[in-house]
Write a protein that binds this ligand. Sequence first.
Ligand code: PLP
Length: 490
Amino acid sequence: MMKGNLTLDPDDWEEFRRLAHRMVDDMLDHLATLRDQPVWTPMPPAVRTALDEPLPIEGEGAERVYQSFTENVLPYPNGNLHPRFFGWVQGNGTPLGMMADMLAAGITPHMAGFNQAPALVEERVIRWLVELMGFPESADGVLTGGGTMANTQGLAVARNMRAGFDIREAGLSDSGRRLTVYASTETHGWLGKAVELLGLGRRSLRQVRCGADLRVDVSELRRMLDLDREAGLEPFCVVGNAGTVNTGATDDLRALATVCRDASLWFHVDGAFGALARWSERLRPIVDGIEQADSVAFDLHKWMYQPFTVACLLVRAHDAQLRTFAASASYLASAERGVVAGGLPFADRGLELTRPFRALKVWMSLKAHGVAAIARVIEQNVDQAAMLARLVDGHPELELVAPVPLNIVCFRFAPPAAEPGALNRLNQELLLQLQESGIAVPSSTILDDRFALRCAFVNHRTRTEDVEALVDAVLRIGRTIWSEMAELRV
Ligand SMILES: Cc1ncc(COP(=O)(O)O)c(C=O)c1O
């Protein structure tokens, strides 16, 4: 290469094209054969060592690094794409989503805004999501990197809109005010991080107890609001759950909307996965009232099956996001014409300035599959959860640990004679052995001091036979561990 003409583009485009085609073929083979692979494979020590490399000052070339990827990275993922991965609430991607991400990276548009085709695609996606969530046309929205980011930015909007003073200018520290936010004890941990980050402090998070159905106790919420006001606190926001992370419980969102209306509080809904139940006519009643929220956050990389990462924050009041985040700078000024005509609307509605073209995979997937097909797969996941719950309920050695209102099943192997302490130890070991077996990957949670295997159904690849295979493996491994534990006791 001549001095002064350096670039990172390939020297030989034909050679790179062949490698790129191989990459695509290999990934498609990988996706097409997922079912034949173990869900999870422990990494051999030699592979760990191979990845512990010094900083490469001189490059080895694309061909060789791709070989390292196929040997040392591709065979050892987390497993979340696999049809029998049920852990946490993890996305599993689609081949079309993967290719859309490649196209998005290929053109790498700067998604602060700019009024060209990529911005119109993102704005169209937001309009569709507004419609799907039952929000008014005037609502605004922004795509984010995940539920934590969407929720946290939603809380920032709530704080700024309800503080009653110019919090952007004055900050919280001098105000002497104790702004408080209310959410059930089952709310995901993003909220703890968010109150810390937004300067509200942990003490501002007022946790409201749940009923036996693990939905927030609305009368307790009203009581706490009254007492807190008397004590000089200033409630500004209630966070409702559409699908809690532990059990998939959905709060009474209509009732929460009424509480918030009566008390002039901001109503935010964390619908990380549950909000998407609204896309199905059959499931919509479960999240009834979500459309009344002031803001709602949901992931598209969970129950819309998109590759990581993409989520969305919608805010009902048209300019509330701008009033929270818009900032001006001479070097970012808009113009009537030219590249920056239309300004930087996405940067102004959220925290990120440079943003990736997350919208492309959502746009392509919605157009290619249609909402109806996605909604049917969501329904299929709910049916699979119900099937697992039935199998567990009908088996003398298995026990449900929580109700199953949506797509999450918490259960345990519970041989009739076992004591509570032994059951926890037994199921902890069972979980690890099950994961290590490569047959299925649930995660776990603890409910009422009971350790539970936790299965979230958010995978479009899961089939009925996978649910049966999971139950068989739990029984087989559980019985072996239990008999070994019994031997230890005698
Ligand atoms: C209910 C709920 N809220 C928030 C989150 C956080 O979302 P993310 O992991 O996309 O940041 C999750 C993640 O599982 C969740 O289940």
